[in-house]
Design a protein around this ligand. Structure first.
Ligand code: ADP
Length: 989
């Protein structure tokens, strides 16, 4: 019998010998030998050794391949097997005819990469006891990133598997990496002692510098800045985990992200790029998150792969007017080395992968990101923004990892091109809010009261999703708990609350009681307002002494606590100030616009149409004068607000709308003539109405037979938020009266709970029902709750990919059941489990006009399907049922099929990717037999065999309505597929 036949005949025994222990070690050893012998090429190896695939499947793949490669390979394979598993020889397996001797390949090959292959078995055994040392050497030589290290050292791997993963990684890094690892092994053998990783330390001077840098970083990051003006809250005491998500476009499926994932491998879209972007709204916690990373690094508790970390604030870089080299930038803006600057900088150049830069608030930089001006030389001087852009895109200091934070609006496609990945910071989850409030109030009874009052005011709870608002609400708990009916509803309410709170804390409590507190502090408000207003117009966030003077800001105004002293790493500048938070600056700018007599009559109109801002110049005097002439020219030429400015102008405009709300009229009574205020209110209402009209005009005429649909353009949600801030149904009604669409598409609009509140408020004023499409946002359970008031006007609700859980669904459906118009829902890719199906079941039983239920890609199992079936039995209207990508299985399918057997409405059913086998298919055949409505049945990606398809074919013989049954990727052979297609053309394989 030939060796080839031997392999074939003993297939089962060989498979068992290789795999029955459950360990992949034997198979991997055999593969090592075959690779070393040249019997397998690298591509073969990759086809066999598929990570995550069942061991038996890998082994079968190897046997198939060995067999097709012929006699010689089979001989070598048996010899390898004999070497790896000597005990099975004589234990039933025959090896006659196999190669008697596996020859050693020539020790050194022409290239190191080849040597890695030919010496693989011995390299694996040598490396397994010194993985850490080898990894370290590869890191130091710049061949391995921390991500590579993580992959090699996955704890689930045995030492020999780690050794193999290391060799595989080294191979992919090329010849010089292979050389490094071979040299390392050789050195280790020669010296008899491993090159222990512990022995490698950066040069002494670098270590000294590291110490200085980390103590400076630690000092800068241990307190939270918003508490600076009032009290010192240490970051450790207050830091609360925010919700981090991968960019929606990222295909990586991943659970909740942690801080360490920001620099980890997950979600990487461009391996070549070094920059990670963390994006999120103003007040969403970006700076705080970076601050946390800095502190953890400085303490040695995280990011320890980086020897040096350089933190930058774009806000501060704005005031750097000199041209600098990278070296000057690092040392002057972060930490000055006492000695050996050249040596330290050389270390940075030589070991870029050991260095981390962070840039906070790219949106606050005066210049928008561009990659036009290339700079590669680290010793050349250039304007700071040019250095920054070149660092981000990697033309300068390639390999240094960077984390950049920005608001999403300021991130254009040019920057996206240079990103390694994008992480979205979504603020606090409901449990995050809870945790923050408890940390903020050490007294548990106070914390409980605050939380209780939040639960009764869902609009406010929605706002607390944003950390900065959560902070204000917690800070003002006394005002909040004392305000009863008038509890804050809008962002403006919340900021007015903190305004009053600060004034009350700085002056005697008696004097600020009553409604005149604003009048009492009007001067301070106008001074700070002017400062804020001028700054917003000129991208100025840091104010010098002369800036303060120009706006009349006095020492007393500063003492109120809205301004804090600007932290400055280099401490060479004189005292500078900034607002507690950029949103606070926007609020003061809005107060100035509303209350000042000095602003131009057209300011409000120009604020709501930022496009014209640059041409006419919202801000005028001092800040423009401070800017260099090139800046001014650039800005004048642009003719359109830069992306970095627009968000702040939008926030300011939102506050202006809120401040001009009738609800606050009594506050302004003594501060500004009524006629002026009324005029301003009219101006804002007109701007909002006009803004909306512009959007409505963009709606294309529908193609015949299709619904009239509007896809929101940028700025739409902002206008909605402004209308909400005004809290005047007359304005909302007027703005929405002209909107006549059937479908409102608001996908990828960065909609969170705050936006949902505003949206629900405004949409209530629509005249006709709409389909509301909110796919790919961050609505979450809190947002769902905010949407309830507009449910009655929604005939369909699309909430795909929105982080919604069973709890959100419970509330949504409790309301939905009462809404006549509500007929369709799509919840693809949320966090739903069997716990929500009872609510759907109830909905189906109760609502006999419900048409479409899509629950794809959630976590619904057989149990959930059985619950749904209970509702389906009694429903006579459902036309579309989509359960793609759940885990319903045969039993679940049988339950659904039996409930739907006599349905006269079902048109479309999808059970794609649900582990449905032939039993399920046969049950579904009963629907086909009876149904006069079903047109499409989707069963792709299941495990249906011939038996199941036979049932479907038989059923189809009695049914002329069904158009197609999709059966791609089931357990059928090519022959079966061919034969069955011939018999029934409506089957699609
Ligand atoms: P951004 O940089 O996105 O504008 P910040 O990080 O400045 O937001 O956050 C604004 C304020 O919100 C902080 O000063 C702090 O009071 C609060 N805050 C933000 N994130 C957190 C957090 N993770 N834990 C505790 N408080 C936070």
């Amino acid at each position: 019998m030939s060796v080839q036949e031997l392999v074939l005949r003993q297939r089962t025994e060989i498979l068992n010998a290789l795999c029955s222990s459950g360990s992949a070690e034997h198979l991997e050893q055999v593969l090592d030998i075959l690779l070393a012998q040249g019997e397998l090429i690298w591509e073969d190896y990759q086809n066999i050794q598929v990570p995550g695939r069942a061991l038996y499947t890998n082994a079968r793949q190897l046997l198939d391949l060995v067999y097709t490669k012929g006699l010689e390979t089979c001989g070598l394979f048996l010899a390898a097997l004999k070497q790896v598993l000597p005990e099975v020889h004589g234990g039933g397996l025959t090896f006659s005819g196999c190669c008697s001797n596996l020859e050693e390949k020539e020790e050194y090959q022409s290239t190191s990469t080849q040597t890695l292959l030919t010496q693989r078995p011995s390299l694996v055994s040598k490396l397994q006891c010194c993985i850490d040392g080898a990894v370290k050497v590869l890191v130091i030589s710049g061949h391995f990133t921390s991500a590579d290290c993580d992959e090699v050292r996955l704890p689930i791997h045995t030492p020999s598997q780690q050794a193999r993963r290391l060799l595989d990684h080294v191979r992919s890094k090329g010849e010089s990496a292979a050389k490094v690892v071979l040299q390392y092994i050789q050195q280790k053998q020669e010296s008899g002692s491993p090159l222990s990783q512990a022995k490698w330390t950066p040069p002494k001077e670098v270590l000294k510098y590291q110490k200085k840098l980390s103590s400076s970083v630690s000092a800068q990051s241990c307190f939270l800045s918003t508490y600076g003006g009032t009290s010192h809250m240490s970051l450790d005491d207050i830091y609360t985990k925010g919700e981090l998500e991968l960019d929606h476009n990222c295909v990586d499926v991943h659970g909740p992200l942690g801080l360490e994932d920001i620099l980890g491998t997950v979600g990487t879209v461009n391996e070549e790029a070094d920059t990670v972007l963390v994006s999120g709204d103003a007040g969403g916690g970006k700076s705080t998150l970076l601050q946390r990373l800095h502190l953890l690094w400085a303490r040695g508790s995280a990011l320890q792969d980086f020897v040096l970390l350089f933190p930058f604030s774009c806000r501060r870089l704005n005031s750097e007017t000199r041209e600098l080299s990278v070296q000057e930038l690092l040392f002057q803006h972060c930490c000055w080395p006492d000695r050996e600057q050249e040596e330290i900088f050389q270390f940075i150049l030589d070991h870029p992968h050991l260095i981390l830069f962070t840039f906070d608030g790219l949106d606050e930089l005066k210049q928008s990101f561009s990659d036009e001006h290339r700079l590669c030389c680290p010793t050349l001087r250039a304007p700071v923004h040019i250095l920054l852009f070149n660092l981000i895109q990697g033309s300068l200091l390639k390999g240094v990892r960077k984390v950049v934070t920005s608001r999403p609006e300021a991130v254009g496609p040019v920057l996206k091109k240079h990103l390694r990945k994008e992480v979205l910071l979504k603020g606090f989850s409901p449990s995050g809010i809870d945790c923050f409030v408890r940390k903020h109030h050490r007294d548990p009874t106070v914390a409980a009261k605050v939380l209780e009052s939040l639960q009764t005011n869902t609009a406010l709870l929605g706002l607390c999703h944003s950390p900065v608002l959560c902070w204000i609400v917690s800070q003002c708990h006394k005002e909040l708990l004392g305000c009863g009916e008038g509890s804050p509803q809008t962002i403006t309410d919340v900021y007015l609350m903190i305004l009053q709170h600060f004034f009350q804390h700085q002056t005697s409590p008696k004097s600020t009681r009553g409604l005149d507190w604003l009048q009492e502090h009007l001067k301070t408000v106008l001074h700070l307002g002017k400062l804020a207003f001028e700054g917003i117009g000129a991208t100025g966030y840091i104010f010098s002494g002369p800036d303060l003077e120009t706006c009349g800001v006095t020492e007393k105004d500063i003492c109120m606590g809205f301004l804090i002293q600007s932290k400055n790493m280099s401490s060479t500048h004189s005292k500078c100030y900034e607002f507690l938070h950029v949103t606070m600056q926007c609020f003061f700018a809005a107060l100035y616009i509303v209350l000042s007599n000095d602003t131009d009559r057209s300011t409000i109109c120009r604020l709501f149409e930022p496009r014209n801002m640059k041409e006419t110049g919202l801000s005028s005097t001092c800040f423009m004068a401070c800017m260099s002439s090139t800046d001014k020219q650039e800005r004048a030429l642009e003719g359109e607000a830069t992306a970095s400015e627009t968000p702040n102008l939008q926030i300011t405009a939102t506050f202006v709308s809120g401040l001009l709300s009738q609800r606050h009229q009594s506050l302004w009574l003594h501060c500004c003539p009524t006629a002026v205020m009324e005029k301003r209110v009219r101006q804002v209402s007109k701007c909002l109405s006009k803004g909306m009209q512009k959007h409505f005009k963009s709606i294309p005429q529908p193609v015949e037979g299709e619904k009239k649909s509007m896809h929101a353009m940028p700025g739409f949600i902002w206008l909605i938020k402004c209308i909400y801030e005004m809290q005047e149904s007359r304005i909302a009604k007027c703005a929405m009266s002209k909107l006549e669409v059937d479908h409102l598409k608001l996908t990828y609009c960065n909609i969170g709970p705050v936006e949902c509140t505003a949206l629900a408020y405004v949409l209530q004023h629509l005249r006709n029902p709409v389909g509301l499409q909110l796919d790919n946002n961050s609505v979450g359970d809190v947002g769902v709750e905010q949407l309830l008031p507009c449910m009655y006007i929604c005939n369909s609700l699309y909430l795909r990919n929105n982080n919604i859980t069973d709890e959100g669904i419970r509330k949504l459906l409790a309301k939905g059941i009462q809404c006549d118009n509500f007929q369709k829902i799509a919840l693809f890719n949320n966090k739903l489990t069997d716990a929500c199906t009872q609510h759907f079941s109830h909905l189906l039983k109760t609502k006999q006009n419900f048409l479409s239920l899509r629950l794809g890609n959630n976590n619904i199992t057989e149990e959930g399907a059985k619950q749904l079936a209970e509702g389906l039995k009694f429903n006579h209207s459902l036309q579309y049922l989509g359960l793609w990508g759940n885990k319903i299985g045969d039993a679940g399918t049988e339950a659904l099929a039996s409930a739907l057997e006599s349905s006269k409405s079902l048109v479309w059913l999808s059970l794609v990717g649900n582990g449905v086998g032939s039993a399920g298919a046969c049950a579904l055949a009963n629907i086909i037999k009876n149904s006069t409505s079903l047109e499409e049945l989707w069963l792709t990606d299941n495990c249906i065999t011939r038996t199941g398809v036979e049932c479907l074919i038989q059923a189809l013989e009695h049914n002329t309505h069904v158009i197609s049954v999709w059966l791609r990727n089931n357990d059928l052979s090519l022959e079966e597929v061919e034969e069955m297609t011939q018999r029934e053309s409506r089957l699609t394989f």
